[in-house]
Design a protein around this ligand. Structure first.
Ligand code: KDG
Length: 376
């Protein structure tokens, strides 16, 4: 056995709050410069509805209102659909800015990768042609290699372990590593635990993965995880995943249940396995050019709005996860959990990935994260 001990194992906690919300799937516009998605009507998050996920309403918006200052519309692109927790949290971001600036700062939201994939949107921030985006950490590792930390399999036993690391000195220092890249990294948020789907068979053991053609995020550790398990991984931008599954270019993919449901992958995938093999954070980020052009007062408001977005996203992401999994099963997807022993077999089988990449990422950083997790 390698020097690195097996990470702490934990059975997934699963909670689900229940109030009622209809998630409006508003149509998005065309390419960039097209019409921004119309957001759910204000207050929709707290409205009762006959069906739909039961999510907490956004918290009350607090903080001083700054009336004086420039007016502008912030162009905010994301990869996920309007029915995703990510989108709803950007709606909250929009509402916080509107209230705290008395309507001066507006936000046009462009979902569904319509203004580009994660990498394209990040380079648009660097050039100043897009103002904000909210990608997974995995495609951002070319800019900040230390973010590969979050591609390590089975690193965080529970989401609260991730919160502790991300909201502490380690997370703060990782956000600062974007300084000088043309991107202002404002806050973390939650994409969530990744689950495996495919169109061939139920997966309960590493053996079942052998030979599966899988789409993975554009990141060498993601490729390595599935190669190590005997699959045939292909890196691909998120916006191409649905059609690749539909056309049989790949057999499967891996994403949180919320994404699998909100992006309708169940329409082209028959099997889902609760593997929880990686916890992926999101990063809420702005163009440095845009951010530097704001007054100090408006910079503070954008920063505080991003932190409010983080908090709300985490709340509804965790509420939505169990709802999405339940809906996928009800809709006919063959969804299986893994026993603790089965999950341990995946953790054991991916230990070589952890052992290979931890020193590359930084043994001290990985050890510091591990000790924070172990400290409970
Ligand atoms: O907006 C985020 C998406 O573009 C993407 O990062 C989601 O986890 C994701 C994936 O699989 O690419």
């Amino acid at each position: 056995m390698s020097s690195t001990t097996l990470r702490a194992r934990a059975l997934p906690g699963s909670m689900l709050l229940a109030a009622a919300l209809a998630l409006s799937a508003c149509g998005g516009g065309g390419g960039f410069g097209g019409t921004a998605a119309s957001s759910p009507p204000p207050g929709a998050a707290s409205g009762a509805a006959a069906s739909g996920p039961q999510l907490s309403a956004p918290p009350p918006i607090e903080g001083a209102v700054v009336t004086e200052g420039e007016s502008r519309t912030i162009k905010f692109g994301i990869g996920l659909a309007e029915t995703s927790p990510q989108y709803l949290s950007v709606v909250h971001f929009r509402d916080v800015l509107a209230q705290r600036t008395n309507g001066r700062l507006k936000v046009d939201i462009f979902p569904n990768s319509q203004v580009g994939d994660d990498k394209q949107m990040m380079s648009a921030l660097q050039s100043g042609s897009l103002d904000m985006t909210y990608p997974s950490t995995s495609p951002a590792t070319a800019l900040v290699p230390e973010l590969r930390l979050f591609d390590l399999p089975f690193l965080f036993p529970e989401a609260e372990d991730a919160d502790k690391v991300l909201d502490g000195p380690i997370g703060t220092s990782l956000l600062k590593k974007f300084d000088g890249t043309g991107i202002k990294a404002l806050a973390w948020a939650e994409n969530g635990y990744r689950q495996l789907t495919n169109s061939n068979k139920a997966v309960t053991t590493p053996e079942d993965v052998k030979g599966l053609r899988l789409r993975v995020m554009e990141n060498p550790i993601q490729v390595d995880i599935w190669k190590t398990l005997g699959a045939n991984p292909t890196s691909m931008a998120f916006g191409e995943v649905f059609s690749a599954l539909e056309q049989g270019v790949v057999d499967g993919q891996e994403n949180p249940w919320a994404t699998i449901f909100s992006s309708k992958f169940n329409e082209v995938q028959d099997y889902g396995s609760d593997t929880r093999h990686v916890y992926t954070p999101f990063i809420i980020m702005a163009s440095q050019q845009m951010f530097d052009g704001l007054s100090p007062e408006d910079q503070a408001i954008v920063q505080e709005a991003a932190e409010a977005t983080r908090d709300y996203d985490r709340t509804i992401s965790r509420e939505f996860a169990d709802y999405a999994k339940t809906q996928l099963k009800a809709g006919g997807m063959n969804v299986n959990d893994l026993t603790a022993e089965q999950q341990a077999a995946f953790q054991e089988a991916t230990q070589p990935v952890y052992d290979k990449w931890a020193p590359e990422i930084g043994s001290d950083l990985v050890a510091e994260v591990q000790s924070q997790i172990d400290a409970g």
